[in-house]
Write a protein that binds this ligand. Sequence first.
Ligand code: MN
Length: 140
Amino acid sequence: MNAKEIQNELGPGAVFPVGEENTAFAQYFVGTSYLNMLTTQGVGVGNVTFEPGCRNNWHIHHKGGQILLVTAGRGWYQEWGKPARALRAGDVVNIPPEVKHWHGAAKDAWFQHLALEVPAEGASNEWLEPVDATAYEQLV
Ligand code: MN
């Protein structure tokens, strides 16, 4: 699917370019995602687009947290041990450092968020296991 077709799926809220297929982090995702780093100066801001069914593995942002600004589509955010939270355009998710979580699309919808890296000395990401497929499929 080309960028224009993806934009059409996402709708008018998706004002930032989708960018390229996210091959650098593909090993930490199920399904295809797209990543466009909008800026890497000061606060890193990436535009992340997920095809339907695509989600990232459980992961932890160490020291600096992450803020998600949902721009288009429908998706999910879940912290370990808690129920998943449904997301749609306009939602904000403030992910504290050291909290195990995942985020991604609904199984039947495209999804897009801006991901802001909260700056911190020695910040890093730790990638963990994939989300349980059966649990994901049961999300409604
Ligand atoms: Mn995250």
